[in-house]
Design a binder for this molecule. Structure first.
Ligand code: SF4
Length: 63
């Protein structure tokens, strides 16, 4: 099963991912993006490729 995660140190708080998928990403207390729903679909894969710093990663997890 694929999961999405954020490398918080790499996030520059541009807001792109949160604007595009507010059900998956939201702001954390330090103004960085955090994942609220790690489910992956084609849109999330697309957004991960658009993050300017590559902070959004898709991982393959064993069930
Ligand atoms: S698109 Fe990338 S840099 Fe921008 S808020 Fe999301 S994780 Fe942070």
């Amino acid at each position: 099963m694929k999961k999405v995660a954020i490398i918080t140190d790499n996030c520059i708080s541009c807001g792109l991912c949160i604007n595009m998928a507010e059900n998956t990403f939201t702001w954390d207390d330090e103004g960085k993006s955090k994942v609220i729903n790690s489910e992956v679909n084609d849109e999330i894969i697309n957004i991960s490729s658009l993050c300017p710093t590559g902070a959004i990663i898709i991982t393959e997890e064993e069930k």
